[in-house]
Design a protein around this ligand. Sequence first.
Ligand code: SF4
Ligand code: SF4
Length: 199
Amino acid sequence: MTPSDTAMQAKISSLQPIYDTFEHEAAPYKTQAACCKGCAYCCTEAGAIHITTVEGLAIQTAMTGLAKPQRAAAKKALAKEMSRREKGLSSPCAFLMKNKACMIYEARPFACRRIYSLETCSKEQPPILSRHVMEMGESAIKSLQRLDDTGYSGHLSYILHMLDAPRFLETYLAGAFKPEEVTDFGKSHQILINRMFAT
Ligand code: SF4
Ligand code: SF4
């Protein structure tokens, strides 16, 4: 393992404490949450699921642990979701299974972890959550962006697409910061440069 691999592994390992701190602080507000297993409107009508590149690496690692057919299905669904999104069409999250469970639950990104609702969501009913929890979530996002200060943030399938590009991955894993290499894709896909937002 190279020093840069070790540094990136350390960053991936630092995700869970950020998630755990948020969960711990938000727990008192979530005791009356309507969320339950099988309720997945937030995964089918999620809009943009913003993740950081380090979270993307954690998701890619989780995908390597999936059975081969499931991994292939996820990759196909990611490509389809990305293509539909680029046409302005909505699509369920690529990791949502037929039984409404999340294929990568243990590695799901913070965007999914922060959402809960005091009322069951529907087309007419967006999630209802405490303003304090929203603020805690914003603070956790800053921590995630600071952790990933040579990386980027954007919609889940876009970030995974970037990480699938060998040249981008090589630069990123080496800890180099070369935003000029992703300018075109970044601008057309609303990709954020973490170090510009993590203050
Ligand atoms: S946030 Fe809404 S859709 Fe998602 S699990 Fe909770 S109640 Fe269900
Ligand atoms: S990653 Fe999992 S929890 Fe998040 S939207 Fe997709 S299926 Fe839902």
